[in-house]
Ligand binder design. Structure first.
Ligand SMILES: [Zn+2]
Length: 316
């Protein structure tokens, strides 16, 4: 990581050429998935044996003791796929690249597959991201919260709240003492109400955290989760506009809204949570480690149960 090349990659992620070089063949992809799944060696699920022989490719393994066969992708997001693994790796690459994600039309074009196929691949991988996010520790220390609304611009830069037809979202960001953002959680809420804030705080904030917010009446509910609450009242008028304690949170939310508006024409509330907000937060939390983001998502996908079409479409 000390080299200029390493530094460039950690900021920008892999180039197309690097992707082809590292994950351009089925064999290379299988090797990568094998490492991700069985780095410490393969243990037979039937007899606990540790000695296997490889059948055909590295796709199928057979226990030398009891002859049980284990498939590399069984029980993972890649199970039963008819697509080459190179296509999956390319999809992971494209999904983890840009801040704004990618539409399934564009993804299909880049992968050379039909849009419907691209849509399914994308949603399976987003489920893997979401499953990974769910295992992360709670936000702790200093946490800033703010609200946003998906589904439209806020006219005149006003902090518009509860506008009709828009989806309210609570953004919570763990920061350093110097207010540099570390980790992000985005949650669709039914409204900016105390009950909703309490639910989020209990789920996402470690007790003893310091939660900083503006003066909206719903935020003190974080105290119900054992957090300390520090409201900062910004007032109104010129001073409030130039002095914005939520400047970076606003930037984050601004990016999110731009990303969603630019990529997706319509996002339902349920879908926004399930897919786009979670994957946005996933990328945000890994923004300084983009060189390994592809392997990290492959890792998550290998540890996420199969996500069949009927499950994904059930709440799409
Ligand atoms: Zn065995």
């Amino acid at each position: 990581m000390a080299t200029a090349d390493g530094l460039r990659r950690s900021v920008k992620g892999l180039s197309e050429a690097e992707l082809r070089e590292r994950f351009g063949t089925e064999e290379a992809c299988r090797e990568a998935l094998f490492d991700v799944r069985w780095r410490e060696g393969l243990t037979c699920p039937a007899c606990g044996g540790r000695s296997f022989c490889r059948l055909r490719t590295r796709e199928l393994f057979q226990c030398n003791r009891c002859k049980r066969q284990v498939r590399l992708t069984a029980g993972t997001v890649f199970q039963d796929t008819k697509l080459p693994l190179t296509v999956w790796f390319a999809a992971i690459h494209h999904l983890t690249r840009g801040k704004g994600g990618i539409s399934s039309i564009e993804l299909g074009r880049r992968l050379g597959v039909e849009q419907g196929t691209a849509w399914l691949v994308k949603h399976k991988l987003m489920r893997a991201m979401a499953a990974r996010e769910a295992t992360k520790p709670k936000l702790e220390g200093r946490v800033e919260v703010d609200d946003a609304h998906l589904g439209g611009e806020r006219p005149g830069g006003e902090r518009g709240r509860g506008a009709a037809g828009k989806t309210p979202v609570v953004a919570a960001v763990e920061t350093t003492a110097e207010r540099k953002p570390k980790r992000l959680r985005l949650t669709v809420v039914r409204g900016l109400r105390k009950g909703e804030v309490e639910k989020i705080a209990k789920r996402d904030f470690a007790p003893g955290s310091t939660v900083v917010s503006d003066g909206l009446s719903c935020w003190p509910a974080v105290e119900k989760a054992g957090c300390e609450h520090f409201p900062i009242v910004t007032g109104s008028g010129k001073r409030a506009a130039s002095w914005t304690p939520f400047r970076w949170v606003d930037t984050t939310l601004g990016n999110l809204k731009t990303a969603i508006a630019g990529t997706y024409h319509h996002v339902s509330a349920k879908h926004a949570q399930r897919s786009y907000l979670t994957s946005f937060a996933h990328r945000f939390d890994r923004r300084f480690r983009l060189d390994s983001i592809l392997e990290r998502l492959a890792w998550a996908a290998m540890r996420t149960a199969p996500q069949p079409y009927r499950v994904i479409t059930a709440d799409a």
